[in-house]
Design a protein around this ligand. Structure first.
Ligand code: PLP
Length: 433
């Protein structure tokens, strides 16, 4: 047997032992296989590059370019793709469908919530709209958002405000959590009824002090909505511990699940604060059209299922279950530590260039830093940088939103220190142009 073949079988056996996808079944995968690991795969060390390189072979993600845009879309590993394919095949060969209730359970367990608190959605924006329109607000009420909103976090509130004479105001993010809280305090007034805040802002990746924001809001009788687009799969989430009433997230970014899968968490005690507007199968606690005396809707399901209804794409939800299993195998504390390690390495290396053309935007304090780092180049437009980065085979995201005009780098479990170091060298070259 050739060395390559032996290495391939050894790697495949180790990955299969972890419950990951048996690589040999996928044509074309073997070319991605690297050197055999010299250690036990089940003891993932945050800084063990060999382990993470091996893990990378579970992703069909092209090796021709360095992908630093997980904040927009998380590429799926093979077990996810396979689960989608297998379920689709099963549905279309048996003509039986269903099974997505399992995902509600799996998501609840993954984010430390109860099954009754999870509504299945298709994207974060859908969850935001459910809360935005469901909360009891009246003319003149004010919603406070940040000056770093994603369009999906801004538009629903702006739209309702436009249609119902509400007011949207914003507070500015600070360089630290303390500064942000101070800025928020200054903006709260008697009309403030909702604070809608991203857990991790899409622009510069800063983690917001959600617990402190909730405490502040409670003291003023204000509702807090958390846009958790970037929470699931990046942080070891415990939504009960976080203490929020509402958290809209997705499975298609940091969880690397199928695209078009998401969920909305509503704390059980907060269910009746949110009026369901779109309802159907699963939303009700009984209904009747033909029995006398009148057609009636008895009430709503005593669960967040009241906001989701009808047929779901079971194959996508099986992919979500596989994504959760994938992350649970590595374990979320390890994933969180690894992505934070990569991001802090990137931030430190960029700062280490000591080039005055590089302006670091992401907070330097550890509790505010997740897996996303953003910076500006004083000598170059962000769009020019993106073009140059593309030519050098780096996929980055630029942020024109809210006039932030920066370069955003997301690093996930399939990235390596080597990729980051190559990128930092590239930034150094751009910064002296
Ligand atoms: C902070 C934030 N909120 C909302 C969204 C919208 O997410 P989706 O496309 O799943 O609706 C995004 C997407 O990037 C985001 O970053």
């Amino acid at each position: 047997m050739t060395t390559n073949r032996r290495n391939f079988l050894k790697n495949a056996a180790q990955l299969t032992a972890l419950g990951f996808y048996p690589l040999s079944s996928f044509a074309g995968v073997s070319k991605n296989i690297g050197q055999p690991p010299t250690h036990d795969l089940t003891k993932a060390s945050v800084e063990d590059e060999d382990f993470w390189k091996l893990l990378r072979t579970q992703f069909p993600l092209s090796n021709n370019r360095v992908y630093f845009n997980n904040g927009t879309m998380g590429p799926s590993p093979y077990p996810v793709i396979d689960a989608v394919y297998q379920k689709m095949l099963q549905v279309d060969s048996t003509a039986d469908y269903g099974g997505w209730e399992e995902s509600r359970k799996a998501i609840a367990k993954f984010v430390h919530a109860n099954e009754e608190e999870i509504c299945l959605t298709h994207n974060v924006t859908e969850g935001i709209n459910i809360i935005c329109w469901g909360l009891n607000l009246k003319k003149g009420d004010e919603i406070l958002v940040t000056n770093h909103e994603h369009v999906g976090g801004a538009l629903p509130w702006l739209n309702r405000a436009k249609m119902q004479d509400l007011k949207v105001n914003f507070f500015e993010l600070g360089k630290t959590a303390e500064e942000t809280l101070a800025n928020l305090k200054l903006k709260i007034n008697k009309q403030t009824k909702v604070i809608a805040v991203p857990h991790i802002v899409c622009t510069i990746g800063q983690i917001q002090p959600i617990k402190e924001i909730i405490a502040l809001a409670k003291a003023h009788n204000i509702q807090v909505f958390v846009d958790g687009a970037h929470g699931t799969g990046m942080l070891n989430l415990d939504l009960h511990d976080l203490g929020c009433d509402f958290y809209a997230s997705c499975c298609h970014k940091w969880l690397c699940g199928p695209k078009g899968t998401a969920f909305l968490y509503i704390r059980k005690e907060a269910l009746d604060k949110v009026q369901p507007y779109f309802v159907g199968a699963g939303s009700d606690s009984g209904w009747n059209i033909v029995e006398p005396p009148t057609p009636s809707l008895n009430g709503y399901a005593k669960a967040a299922h009241r906001y989701d209804y009808g047929t779901q794409n079971a194959s996508l939800w099986m992919g979500v279950n596989a994504a959760i299993k994938f992350f649970e195998t590595i374990t979320m504390p390890v994933v969180e530590a690894r992505v934070k390690f990569l991001a802090s390495h990137l931030q430190n290396e960029l700062l280490g260039l000591k080039n005055s053309n590089i302006e670091m935007l992401t907070s330097l304090e550890a509790p505010s830093r997740g897996a996303v780092i953003a910076f500006k180049l004083r000598n170059m437009e962000y769009s020019t940088f993106q073009t140059e980065a593309g030519k050098a085979n780096f996929r980055v995201r630029v942020v024109p939103e809210n006039g932030v005009n920066c370069i955003r780098i997301s690093t996930h479990i399939y990235n390596s220190i080597e990729e980051i170091n190559t990128f930092v060298k590239f930034v150094g070259e751009m910064a002296i142009r």
